[in-house]
Design a protein. Structure first.
Length: 101
């Protein structure tokens, strides 16, 4: 119990020390004013977020094009495969019946 109280006192002293350090050095801010530091950079964060979103949209469009092209090639291969099966079936039938080339 005493250990817990002493740790709490140490933490309070550290937080109070940060407040005093902020007055001595404006670059150091107390914990409660860190949100203000984030607000100062909010426009930059928004620009970065918009830029990242545009990159993701471009990547998505590129992947959609690749998928469309792959589907198109697959359809072509399926058609070629079907024609080859039909030719093989015709040749097999003609060999069985004795006709053919």
């Amino acid at each position: 119990m005493n250990r817990r109280i002493s740790m709490m006192l140490v933490c309070l002293a550290l937080v109070a020390g940060l407040g005093g350090a902020a007055e001595a050095n404006p670059g150091i801010r107390p914990l409660h004013s860190r949100r203000g530091a984030l607000d100062e950079h909010a426009p930059y964060a928004r620009v970065e977020s918009d830029r990242r979103l545009r990159e993701v949209v471009r990547e998505n469009e590129r992947l959609r094009r690749q998928l469309r092209d792959a589907e198109w090639r697959l359809e072509g291969l399926e058609r070629r495969h079907e024609r080859a099966r039909e030719r093989a079936l015709i040749l097999t039938r003609s060999r069985r019946t004795g006709g053919g080339c």
